[in-house]
Design a protein around this ligand. Sequence first.
Ligand code: AMP
Ligand code: MN
Ligand code: MN
Ligand code: MN
Length: 295
Amino acid sequence: MASFVLNSSFAFNRLPVTPTNFDFHCHSIVSDGLLPPEVVARRAAENGVDLWALTDHDDIGGLVTARATAEEVGMSFVNGVEISIEWRGTPIHIVGLGFDAANAALTGGLDELRIGRVERAKRMGDALAAIGIPGVYEGALCFVTNPSLISRAHFGRYMVSIGIARDMAGIFQHYLTPGKPGYVDHRWATLEEAVGWITGAGGVAVVAHPGRYKMSGGDMRRFLDDFKDVGGQGIEVTCGSHSPDHVMHFARLARHYEFHASRGSDFHGPEESYVDLGKLPQLPEDLKPVWRLVF
Ligand code: AMP
Ligand code: MN
Ligand code: MN
Ligand code: MN
């Protein structure tokens, strides 16, 4: 009898518990992060993350390793990705969570996006050569860790390494953002495509770091209307690039649109990220956390 009681209480303790530190946004060397997926997983667990998603840009090749390592260290895991889209001329990122990683429409769409990145990177190289900085595409390739995923971060790292600016912030500010000489327009996925791929694979679509987009309040509301119309359900409220004012602002919008709220560090690597895995404020308590939809 005593052993029965002991066993049943053990079983009770193993029931899923409410996550207290979920982090649903970060990167590995499968896109433009600096650490392999298994190292990111261990770091998340060491930082106290209890429910985690790896969300590499336009590539889900890290998920199997990430999940296996998460299981090893006793951390719950959901599939993730960060999809690059363009909405009315503005580049925006959509995080997908909890999808079936074998879904052909999703994997095919991501394949196309990565192919498009190569041609864009060559045009960025040409644009920088035209202002007297040659060889940047070739140099950036030395910083690429996944041959099929090149991002502006790789350009930035190479340009820092040859002394064009002291840090990534300086490189982006002067060369790699809209209106600057190394920035080229690019046709990413559409909002409909990205949300369709995610929801078609059984996942949940979330607006990534809304505070980072250079949009008027009216445009943000038009974007969120469109996002909701095509089946989007979540928005990042607490994230690595949000100030306390951003958190309050996007919490209000989450309530207004009845979106679920997400929380993500957007960790890329120890040298480059202000916010480490799991080290960000909790969501405002009245919001519906997005993990309820995927965990
Ligand atoms: P891409 O997807 O090729 O347009 O590159 C976007 C990536 O560049 C982001 O995910 C970040 O990793 C990086 N990035 C963008 N802006 C900055 C910045 N101001 N400082 C450092 N890295 C940045
Ligand atoms: Mn990135
Ligand atoms: Mn992003
Ligand atoms: Mn990101």
